[in-house]
Design a binder for this molecule. Structure first.
Ligand SMILES: *Cc1c(COP(=O)(O)O)cnc(C)c1O
Length: 300
């Protein structure tokens, strides 16, 4: 499949942050601006969709079907990808339809996505063979992507992100936010044996995401890489899509210092975590860190 018509900004730029808090600790920090890849399919959403779109085209699927909550960036990005690449799209939304579509779902509909709603208890089992078979019967020509788009093809796309980083800069630690774990699994699988991968959970995960990342890692890698990655669970600020005064203050301060308004569900929580760890002296002098800006605010 040819993605020429998307005008993707690849490789995405990297920028080093000039910040006295870093200088004082003799730590360097780069941002990988994946949020700039495409206005409607930004960041890790593009990385995770790329090989899935190519596969769906090769296999002559006409439709992409995937899952998400009412505010899912993945649903919205899949709708946009379908629109630009010539697939019909179906979004299975958790819960009951509300009278008015929120902005995010309205945008998905604008891109031609058909929405169908799934009650919460069925949604919990959405990846079970039973529910998947039922959906496949209802939509015979559909290629089904899991929630968050995190499957082995997504991991391959995110491994490519890691290779891209390694052509741009030499770093010791690579940081990313974690929602479903696909991005992190890809970064681990594409990393060098000398590199550490640190994920920052955007939800109250308590160990759950460790299992998800391990499950998504290519089998030959799972054992060998185990000592090189960890998920930091402390910086969720109340849970998924919850925010705190501290987080808002961090975002405002970051914007003042660096003229960059951070996406708050994932990216700001990661960077707040990195700067908190820096303040605590958890990074040794000389450490070169790269943080993946996995997305920004979507174009309206
Ligand atoms: C979806 C999303 C994530 C989560 O990535 P996973 O691969 O599901 O862990 C992180 N950051 C942003 C900006 C996202 O939109």
């Amino acid at each position: 499949m040819d993605f020429q018509q998307l005008n993707l900004r690849l490789p995405s730029p990297i920028v080093e942050l000039n910040d006295e808090r870093l200088a004082a600790s003799q730590v360097r920090l780069w941002l990988k601006r994946d949020d700039l890849i495409h206005p409607d399919i930004p960041g890790n959403k593009w990385r995770k969709l790329k090989y899935n779109l190519a596969y769906a085209a090769d296999m002559r699927f006409e439709t992409l079907l995937t899952f998400g909550g009412a505010y899912s960036n993945h649903l919205r990005a899949t709708a946009a990808a379908g629109h630009y690449c010539g697939f019909k799209t179906i979004g299975v939304v958790r819960g009951e339809p509300s009278d008015t579509l929120n902005n995010s779902l309205a945008k998905a509909v604008d891109f031609g996505m058909n929405l169908t709603y799934m009650d919460r208890s069925t949604y919990r089992n959405k990846h079970s063979a039973e529910v998947l078979n039922r959906l496949q019967d209802a939509y015979p020509g559909a290629y089904i992507l899991p929630e968050g788009g995190s499957n082995d093809r997504a991991v391959r796309g995110c491994a490519e992100l890691m290779s891209e980083i390694n052509t741009q800069v030499d770093v010791d630690v690579v940081c990313c936010p974690v929602g479903s774990g696909g991005t992190m699994a890809g970064l681990i699988s594409g990393s060098l044996p000398s590199q550490q991968i640190q994920g920052y959970s955007a939800l109250k995960s308590r160990g759950y995401l460790d299992g998800e990342v391990a499950r998504l890692l290519p089998g030959n890698l799972a054992a060998g890489a185990r000592g090189r990655w960890q998920i930091v669970e402390e910086f969720h600020h109340g849970g998924f899509a919850k925010r705190s005064k501290e987080l808002d203050a961090f975002i405002a301060e970051f914007d003042t210092r660096h003229e960059l308004r951070l996406e708050w569900v994932y990216v700001a929580k990661m960077l707040d975590g990195i700067f908190t760890q820096l303040r605590r002296g958890e990074f040794c002098a000389g450490t070169r860190i790269l943080a993946v800006v996995t997305g920004g605010s979507f174009a309206e």
